[in-house]
Design a protein around this ligand. Structure first.
Ligand SMILES: Nc1ncnc2c1ncn2[C@@H]1O[C@H](COP(=O)(O)OP(=O)(O)OP(=O)(O)O)[C@@H](O)[C@H]1O
Length: 252
């Protein structure tokens, strides 16, 4: 049984690079009351998520929706274990596969081939299984001899192919996906979509942040509407999408 349980989760990002005057302006702006705060060490922070309580169980297929900056990627990263919550707790049961910012986690200074090996070790794949899995990933990328070149010399599309092939080479029980369907050129896109469909189908829990209603309808039956870092609604896809569209219309 896979599950994802978040209790009272907050994620704060300290704003370290800003000059003092612009920080003061952020704190004094009227709309800043909920998003920008001063923390206990007098640092200005932007609140990525606030008071998030959520329980996902086997069979849940959830679309995460919200305007730019609503907190969708932050939530997915928390579920993937990339961001620890600033406060609150996160309990995950099951193997998580995260397809988030494409290219995330690739090392520029070593070859694609080596990157694959590192990632497989990181995923906990037993050493005797690595050569076969690696060969399968290399084949999927279709990068030819470029697989032996250091990743720093790859084009964006080549990175995408490599990152996608690695991330989708394990069958996750919990699949966390940030819109990556537009990745790669058209030949790769078709292959990538087939592989994605297969993974989505097999995952016990699927969480998908997207702005595309068609894709959400295709893959999800529930939706989670985030606004200003907080959950506004969580429930059947149609109802939550309607509420979201009404909110967007009221603001534009
Ligand atoms: N590394 C960071 N440092 C500072 N602030 C951040 C960082 N990452 C996210 N934020 C802030 O947290 C909030 C939520 O960002 P997030 O990327 O989760 O939004 P999103 O809903 O995925 O947006 P989009 O649809 O534009 O991708 C935003 O206000 C953003 O400015």
């Amino acid at each position: 049984m896979a599950s994802v349980v978040l209790e009272n989760v907050y994620v704060d990002f300290p704003l370290l690079q800003q000059d003092q005057r612009s920080l003061k302006r952020l704190l004094s702006a009227p709309r800043a009351t909920s998003r920008f705060k001063m923390d206990d060490s007098s640092r200005v922070i932007v609140r990525g998520l606030r008071e998030v309580n959520l329980s996902l169980q086997d069979g849940d297929r959830v679309g995460v929706i919200g305007l730019n900056g609503a907190g969708k990627s932050t939530l997915l990263r928390v579920m993937a274990g990339i961001y620890p919550p600033t406060t609150g707790s996160v309990a995950i049961k099951g193997k998580v596969g995260a397809l988030l910012t494409v290219g995330l986690g690739l090392r520029d200074d070593v070859s694609g081939f080596k990157n694959i090996e590192f990632c497989l070790m990181l995923f906990g794949i037993p050493p005797e299984e690595i050569p076969e899995r690696r060969a399968e990933i290399v084949d999927f990328t279709n990068l030819g001899d470029f697989i032996h070149l250091h990743v720093g010399a790859y084009s964006a599309g080549m990175r995408t192919r490599l990152a996608f092939a690695i991330a989708t080479s394990i069958d996750p029980e919990i699949l966390v996906l940030d819109e990556v369907f537009g990745a790669g050129d058209s030949t790769f896109l078709k292959k990538a979509q087939e592989r994605m469909h297969d993974l989505i189908h097999k995952a016990r829990i699927f969480v998908f942040a997207s702005h595309a209603p068609g894709l959400l309808e295709q893959f999800c039956d529930k939706a989670l509407f985030l606004d200003g870092g907080a959950i506004q609604a969580f429930g059947p896809l149609g109802e939550v999408m309607e509420l979201y569209e009404q909110t967007v219309a009221a603001r534009s």
